[in-house]
Each structure stands twice: as C-alpha cells, then as structure tokens.
Design a protein around this ligand. Sequence first.
Ligand code: KG4
Ligand code: ZN
Length: 331
Amino acid sequence: MKVLGIETSCDETGVAVYDTETGLLAHCLHSQIDLHAAYGGVVPELASRDHIRRLPILLKQTLEAAGLEGGALDAVAYTSGPGLAGALLVGASVAESFAMARGIPALPVHHLEGHLLSPLLSDDPPAFPFVALLVSGGHTQLMRVRGVGDYALLGESVDDAAGEAFDKTAKLLGLGYPGGPQLAQLATQGVAGRFRLPRPMLHSGDLDFSFSGLKTAVLNVVSAPDWDPARMADLAAEFQDAVVDVLCAKALAALKKVGLKTLVVAGGVGANRRLREVLDAALAKRGGRVHYPEPALCTDNGAMIAFAGAMRFAAGERGRGEPAVRIRPRW
Ligand code: KG4
Ligand code: ZN
C-alpha cells in the first residue's frame, strides 16, 4: 500500500510517499524560515502563498523520486488541522484534487497524530503501548497511546507551548528567529543555577504545564538595573533547565500513572539535546527507554503525515468518498 502525504499546516511544505511494505519511498521538504525571519514570526499570508508556489514542485519531485509519476498510489493523506487556515487550505485543495483525479481516497490527518507516530518511522521503532510527550511550537501534551487512533490526553500546557516559550524567550534575549535552537546553542556556553528561575507547576499534582510565567521571569531578570548582558548564556542555560526539569518530571509522572516504561518524544523541542540527556538518564535509571523520531523528522514534514495516513488506510479508513476540502484550523 502506497500513501502520499502532504503537510502545509504552518511554515514547512512537506510531501512524502510511504509504502507499508518497504517504508519511506521519498520525502521532500521546503522550509519557509528565511521568508519569515525578517518579521520575527510566521506571517500567515506569506506562508499560504509560498505553499502554493512550492507544493506543485515538491509533489512532482516526490513522485519522481518514488518512481510513481504514472500511478500505483492507494491514497492521499493531508494535514487537515490544527494550523493556519490559509496554509491548510493549500494542502487540502491539492490533496483532494489529486485524489479525485486519480480516483483514490483522500484522508484528512491530525497534525499531532503525525508527530505522535513519527518515531515509528525509525529503524528501531517503539512498541505499543507508550506515553508520548509532544513538544512543538504550538503544543505541549502528554498522551497515552495504545495503538494507532487510540489516544488519551493525560495533560497539556494551560498557556504557552514549550517551543513557544523557547521562541519568545529567545526573542526577548535578541537571539533571532525561530529562536529555540539558538537559545539551546547559547545555553551550552552557560551554567544553569547561577540564576534561579521557577519550575512552573512542578508540584501541581496533575500532568499539566504552564510556560508563560517563565518567559516573564526572564523578562524581569533582563530588565533589572543590575542586568549584565555578559551573563546571557547562564540565563539561557537556567531557562532551558527549567523547561527540561518540568517536562521530565511530568513525563515520568505520566509513565508512573499509566504503568508504562516507554516514552516517545515528538515535535521540534524533541531535538533539544539537554532534554534528551535528562530524559534518557531518567528512563535508563528506571529500566525504561525513550524513543525519538529521526532528526530530520522531528520538525514538520510530509513523511509523518504519509505514515499516519497509511496506518489509517491499513485500518480500513477510506475518507468520505466525495471530494471536499476539509480543514480544521483549531482541531
Ligand atoms: O514541531 P515543530 O517543527 O513545529 C510545530 O508544529 O510547532 O516545532 C518547532 C518548535 C519551535 O518552537 C522551535 O524553536 C523548537 O521547536 N525547537 C527547539 C529546538 N529545535 C527546535 N527548541 C529547543 N531546543 C531545540 N534544539
Ligand atoms: Zn508540528
């Protein structure tokens, strides 16, 4: 079974083909980071226009790379939400039209299901059930995953997502866009603990998170009269540790609550080295293990959507039958 996947929910155009027998056949990605950098954030209108420009080219490249220009595809999966409405519309329109032209089903996929299942694309995939920690620019969630489509939300951020906190704090420190990776890089040159930032909701007794106060705490440090910019790396290290400490504590609490020892980490913040170190050590100590997606599949991409679609198609899902552009920006 071969499924084409299309991702256009935010600032990455991703197209891929997943074959349930042989794995990923092709995977093409275009990032719009340079386009939005001058504005310090994603400009929705520019994102939509760029998806329109790139998607036909990537589609052609992906089909050529997979050797599938003529046919042999079984379904088209596309990100139906959550995301920017205009950006989602581009992928949905192309996917539905393509499916109609080829007479194959179009399957709307939840963007987070893509992230959640992306570690299953690795050479050494986790077995079900597991707990997933989703840490992206838009979401911070803990889920219990029993199988494809069997997800229970255990906890989530009540305000900013972890990636959003990294990005906003990086902006506040003048580190550029999107900021998370730059802040993590700066943190490697600093020492945590020289500043003391809060660990929000660490002892809240539930599995929820809150990161907006952390950004405010950083703002208070840098607006104090005695602030010394030479200590920026120490502040970055302490900020990173504060986020990592809370993510790790809550992930462990979630595993304990549901009685599991396998943790899957997905989403852009999953690329953070300090987070990986701390989680790996904590799970090793408990006889458990952490699985991550391949580095190239940590951020948004078409492969995870093709894969999620293929799993749903294999489970018997066939879409609605008639073409309809289905987007759910706030899904
Ligand atoms: O999953 P993703 O590519 O897009 C969303 O669906 O949001 O995640 C992007 C987020 C951004 O906030 C980015 O700053 C953050 O992941 N990120 C990082 C690192 N690499 C990416 N945050 C901390 N450390 C990193 N190394
Ligand atoms: Zn994402």
